[in-house]
Design a protein. Sequence first.
Length: 202
Amino acid sequence: MERVRQFFSAILAGMLIGMGGTVFLSQSNPVVGSFLFAIGLFTIVVFQLHLFTGKVGYTPFNKPVYLIELVVTWLGNLVGTWITATMVRNSRIYEGMAERVAGMAEVKLSDDFTSIFLLAVFCGMLMFIAVDCFRNVQGSTLRFIGVFVPVIYPERLRARYREYVLFQLIRNMERTLLCCHSGDDIGECRRRNADSDLFKGI
């Protein structure tokens, strides 16, 4: 009977993660989206629901029978996220996020196994940190920070990286256009102007 309770608890956790993911995908600002996604995780830890990424980090500290609980939790999370995904897929809000969903799915499906596995490990580590902070840190404010920061900060880093890449592309376009406008050889022009204010930092 305990396994059944764990299974349904995991289903609820999966549904909340699915809802958080839906809200994340519906936001144009990824940092805002990750903050709203974290509300789903916060709800999970408050109600002590079973989330695989929040429990797998405790494996070394438990007996082998704990692996059964992990399997039950993983299956329940899978069912829960499937339920939420099916509900969203058949609603009108899916139309607004369909392109973004397809783009993210294409990136992940085209990735190799090693990359996907390592990224999944990093994701699991962040979720474990969030859950463990909530369980062991004293004080409601610190608990709140402990849950939200591991979710929001990585997305902020990705956003800053995308901004940096976009900046570099624009600066390189400026360099190329200036060289073309001067009528000089592009390679020679770029080397000659490499130390100018326009091209510093490229």
